[in-house]
Design a protein around this ligand. Structure first.
Ligand code: GPU
Length: 842
């Protein structure tokens, strides 16, 4: 890094001080320049894809200006940073989001139209980067948008997987997974940092050395690879601030090669290089389920080690004392996946920087915070000590150390309380000894939070009860949120325009709470009409989407009833489809001339991916498709009932599906959905919810009013008792006749696929209905009846739809991020001066 001579620096400064102008001509010439000079295409031969690439490069140029200036400014101001560590980011498509946040969508639309291109078709060329599984990854992406928008000095850190979550195809009604090699057309948004590389070590051995009477540990890794930075600019809305999502890619290290190559086995050496590249090759496709694979642990450590090294390098440039670290750095763990960061920082501080254990612990403890996203036991990470000790021997040693010191304090506080000691321990003893990553995360953090009020409360009374009693002040709630930029402004332009008219400005995009001031419009027939028109246009868009991808012709006037989320038993898609069958049987039993009087026409849609190894989830997809085939082809039923499985649910498809939905289902067993975030997106888009009192549904009910939702089912306090009751009875009595008849119909092979479907039903029939579908079914049917009744009254329905949207302000991720910043990170906003409009309009 040779410094540039001061004379030429000032020359460069002069040359770079001008920003790219945003006039139509300037936009057009920047696009055309990229066609010619970046893509090396001639103006006589470039496709829509090239157009997308050139447009993206021209937008990226603008992002880079803001991005470089932002961190330069942060650096000059010597601000505190938050580091958000996550193994997953579901950022979705970038082009429209960048244009909206830069407030340039109108200009680009016009500039492109003038050149013969429709900007919306250009958007459709972009792949959807899908480096995450579901809610947890999407939450991280919404948080980045809010952190940039609210001018917080922040960094996102993650992994640049070559393969994102698989693409889901449906073949003969079964899910088929297709690899998602999302980089095959290049990625115009990322900036490869050839000069930002860190060494990452694995395996090897540790030795102790005594220097000046002090013991020092040296860990010598036997496998060394490199993590390289790929930067992804995240623009804030209505601000010049643009922050960085830095994703690491694993590469072979040249140092490592020397050894192997010198041993003379050329091909073996090449193989080990490829193994290094393989580490960040593929995202693990499990949602809320722990797999325990060594490669996954390598991924986690790579993220953690590269990120901590990067943060330390930045900190050291300012030459601060280590005890000042927490004043300048907050590190947020998105679940336990990056929890080794706690240990990695401890290791560097003690083994390399020479701090005493207690000094190092102060630094670590005061900078880390941990967010828990589930209480499901199958999701809790527990690494076997052989696996962990083999891959990261020094880290295991440090964990034992932390545990030893922690348990000593515990036994002083609670003498002879063996139960407490064994539940609080970071180590789970047994034939297979493991490290509990949640316990490590709690012990190493000054703040621990759940993601909705109910969930956070359950953490303190159940899962983390003993930790809570130890340090109640550590436990907090941060109810999730979603960004209104992507989920209203981008996804629902019709609604955005309507809200602009209602409010008289677009101020609601930054302050969703102001929508509450306009609730009186809910009764206004003219507004109701326009509201319905917007919904209808969105339904039309989904109609064509479904027709093209599923070959099903929906009735646009039918009620669009949607459940989209990862397929999981606790989310109870099974209960939804069993009710669909109930409805089908009821329609068939009703005399033809009475059917329209008794049933509101419904189009019931399901979407979501099943983890490749989750057989029950895959059978649920099989059942939905079997019912779909039967019902959609039944002439007698016609448009009274249509059932569709929407393939490959992802962020870009969600942007079409959510705004078109009228009823959406959030029907998890009470206590099991930590928060849910799509529920918030649906509400914002004027959709009514049928749901249980679970996760954030509870707070949604508080905000929009229970009378504007369809709430049903057992409450958390009742679930355990219902399970016990069920254990002592036959499913036929316990289910009641209506659900029993549905199960019998399936078992009579009414829908085919008897083998798979019987196996599926056995998860609830054989005294094993853990998710209490049987107990909640009748109450669910009743709620569905209320849905039908209300939908017949268009005006009443629309009124509730409007109120849902106007009262959804709490669920903006801006509110969530402000709370994290103020209550956990102790972080101040830092807004960089916006280059004057006149400068940009030149
Ligand atoms: N969640 Br743990 C995931 O999407 N993946 C996970 O591995 C785990 C949790 C979800 C929760 O299920 C959902 O309720 C929550 O809204 C979301 O995280 C974000 O907090």
């Amino acid at each position: 890094n040779t410094p540039v001579a001061s004379q030429s620096t000032s020359k460069i400064w002069k040359l770079m001080e001008k920003y790219l102008p945003n006039s139509k001509e300037a936009i057009q010439s920047s696009v055309v320049n990229h066609v010619e000079y970046t893509l090396a295409k001639t103006r006589f031969d470039f496709t829509l894809l090239h157009c997308y690439q050139a447009v993206s490069h021209s937008v990226r140029d603008r992002l880079i200006e803001a991005f470089n200036d932002t961190y330069q400014y942060f650096n000059n101001k010597d601000v505190k940073y938050v580091y958000y560590l996550s193994l997953e980011y579901l950022i979705g498509r970038c082009l429209q989001n960048a244009l909206v946040n830069l407030e340039l969508e109108g200009q680009y639309k016009e500039a492109m139209l003038d050149m013969g291109y429709n900007l919306e078709s250009v958007y459709e060329q972009e792949v959807d980067p899908a480096l995450g599984n579901g809610g947890l990854g999407r939450l991280a992406a919404c948080f980045l948008d809010s952190m940039a928008t609210l001018n917080y000095p922040a960094w996102g850190y993650g992994l640049r997987y070559s393969y994102g979550i698989f693409r889901q195809q449906i073949k003969d009604g079964y899910q088929v997974e297709v690899p998602d090699y999302w980089l095959d057309r290049g990625n115009p948004w990322e900036i490869e940092r050839l000069d930002v590389n860190y060494q990452i070590k694995f395996y090897g051995s540790i030795t102790k050395k005594v220097e000046d009477g002090k013991e020092r540990t040296i860990w010598e890794g036997s496998e060394i690879i490199v993590a390289r930075a790929y930067d992804n600019p995240i623009p804030g809305y209505n601000t010049f601030n643009t922050i960085n999502l830095r994703l690491w890619r694993s590469l072979p290290s040249s140092e490592f090669d020397f050894k192997s190559f010198n041993q003379g086995d050329y091909f073996k050496a090449l193989e080990s290089r490829q193994r290094a590249e393989f580490i960040t090759s593929v995202l693990y496709p499990n949602d809320s389920t722990y797999a325990g694979k060594e490669l996954r642990l390598k991924q986690q450590y790579l993220l953690v080690s590269a990120t901590i090294q990067d943060a330390i390098r930045r900190f050291k440039k300012k030459r601060k004392e280590w005890k000042e670290w927490p004043k300048y750095n907050a590190l947020q763990l998105n679940d336990t996946h990056p929890a080794l960061a706690i240990v990695e920082l401890m290791r560097i501080l003690t083994d390399i920087e020479g701090l005493e254990y207690e000094e190092a612990w102060e630094v670590v403890y005061n900078s880390f915070a941990y967010t828990n996203h589930t209480i499901l036991p199958e999701a809790l990470e527990k690494w076997g000590v052989e696996l962990l000790g083999n891959l990261l021997p020094r880290h295991l040693e440090i964990i034992y150390n932390i545990n030893h010191i922690f348990l000593e304090k515990i036994s002083r506080k609670y003498p002879n309380d063996w139960r407490k000691l064994s539940t609080l321990s970071l180590v789970e003893e047994g034939t297979h000894k493991t490290i509990r990553m949640a316990n490590l995360s709690i012990v190493g953090s000054h703040a621990v939070n759940g993601v909705a009020a109910l969930h956070s409360q359950l953490l303190t009374t159940n899962l983390f009860k003993d930790f809570y009693e130890l340090r109640p002040a550590k436990f907090q709630n941060k109810t999730n949120g979603v960004t209104p930029r992507r989920w209203i402004r981008c996804a629902n332009p019709g609604l955005s325009a309507l809200l602009n008219d209602v409010v008289g400005s677009d101020d609601w995009i930054l302050d969703m709470d102001i929508l509450k001031n306009f609730q009186k419009i809910a009764d206004d027939p003219a507004i109701q009409n326009r509201w319905m028109q917007v919904k209808r246009q969105n339904k039309e868009k989904l109609y064509w989407w479904v027709k093209e991808r599923c070959g099903v012709d929906l009735n646009i006037d039918s009620l669009f009833d949607i459940q989209v989320k990862r397929i999981h038993e606790y989310k109870r898609q099974l209960m939804n489809i069993l009710y669909v069958i109930r409805r089908y049987l009821d329609i068939k039993k009703t005399p033809a001339e009475e059917r329209r009087k008794l049933f509101v026409p419904r189009s019931i849609m399901f979407g979501g991916k099943a983890a490749p190894g989750y057989i029950t989830a895959k059978r649920i997809i099989r059942l939905v498709n079997a019912v779909s085939q039967k019902v959609n082809n039944d002439q007698e039923v016609g448009d009274l009932l249509k059932v569709v499985f929407l393939p490959n649910y992802n962020v870009s498809n969600a942007q079409v599906i959510i705004p078109a939905s009228e009823l959406s289902q959030h029907i998890s067993t009470a206590g099991l959905e930590a928060s849910g975030t799509s529920n918030m997106k649906f509400v914002m888009n004027g959709c009514l919810i049928i749901g249980t009192m679970d996760g954030a549904n509870v707070e949604i009910a508080e905000e929009v009013g229970e009378e504007n939702m369809f709430i049903f089912g057992a409450r958390v306090e009742q679930v355990e008792e219902l399970r016990n009751k069920m254990r002592n009875s036959n499913y036929r009595d316990y289910f009641g006749p209506r659900l029993t008849e549905v199960c019998d119909a399936i078992s009579s092979d009414l829908f085919g696929y008897k083998y798979d479907l019987d196996a599926l039903l056995d998860t609830i029939r054989n005294k094993n209905d853990y998710y209490i579908l049987g107990a909640d079914f009748e109450s669910y049917c009743e709620a569905q009846q209320r849905v039908d009744n209300l939908y017949r009254n268009k005006s009443e329905w629309t009124k509730k739809s409007i109120l849902n949207s106007l009262r959804s302000g709490k669920f903006s991720s801006d509110r969530t991020i402000r709370q994290y910043a103020e209550e956990i990170w102790d972080l101040e906003p830092c807004e960089i001066p916006n280059p004057s409009k006149s400068e940009k309009e030149r």
